[in-house]
Design a protein around this ligand. Structure first.
Ligand code: 2DT
Ligand code: MG
Length: 209
């Protein structure tokens, strides 16, 4: 199939809590797009743990090094800015970019830890604005039934509840709520429907305050 009207790729973001299945579904959408279109897609996880700043974030999450909360926030944001040129070049070539988490995680996690709203938003202003955000909504019971939290920092129930609350406040008109309590095939179908219905503006937008 052809890539929409404008020829550019789409920027698609998966957001949601831990254990909501977003990483599994992001990979499934990647495979689907690459199997069924000429233009194809790439998958870009955030944090990107391969990039230099992402390696520091990885060590923080594994409790090997410490960050102050504000420095950590800026590191997550800088990790995204490192990938901005790649995202723009890829979209320009007509290839879709699928992000597993994005600036919404950055804002919601930092606000859940008590940082100021306008301060946390500032560092992501100007990043590419997604054409669509697929928000995976999962009930705490279902998330729990998929296995307990692991060893990494931030995998705490109370923090997760606060993050979910902050995410509510970030919803915009380009957000699609996916019922992630459903089985994998149902969720995959809902994601594909959302993908087929993306409406792209001529130019990719930018995140604003
Ligand atoms: P994964 O489990 O998805 O690898 O994420 N996080 C993520 C933030 O606090 N700020 C951010 O900007 C991003 C992208 C969410 C690891 C943890 O990092 C958190 C969980
Ligand atoms: Mg995790």
């Amino acid at each position: 199939s052809e890539n929409g009207t404008s020829g550019r790729g789409a920027l698609i973001v998966f957001e949601g809590m831990d254990r909501s299945g977003k990483s599994t579904q992001a990979r499934r959408l990647l495979n689907h797009i690459n199997a069924t279109t000429k233009h194809g897609a790439i998958l870009q996880p955030f944090p990107d743990r391969n990039e230099p700043i992402g390696q520091l974030i990885d060590r923080y999450l594994k409790r090997e090094i410490d960050f102050s909360e504000k420095a950590l926030h800026l590191a997550f944001s800088a990790n995204r800015w490192q990938k901005e040129p790649l995202i723009l070049e890829t979209i320009d070539k007509g290839v879709d970019v699928i992000c597993d988490r994005y600036a919404f995680s950055g804002v919601a996690y930092s606000m859940a830890k008590g940082l100021d709203r306008s301060w946390v938003r500032q560092s992501d202003v100007g990043l590419p604005r997604p054409d669509i955000v697929l928000y995976f909504e999962v009930s705490p019971e279902v998330a729990k039934s998929r296995g307990g939290f692991g060893e990494e920092r931030l995998e705490k129930e109370e923090l997760q509840r606060n993050v979910a609350k902050e995410m509510q406040g970030l919803r915009g008109e380009n957000w699609i709520i996916i019922n992630a309590n459903n089985d994998e095939d149902t969720v995959e179908r809902d994601v594909r429907i959302a993908y087929e219905n993306i409406i792209k503006t001529k130019e990719l937008g930018k995140l604003t305050e």
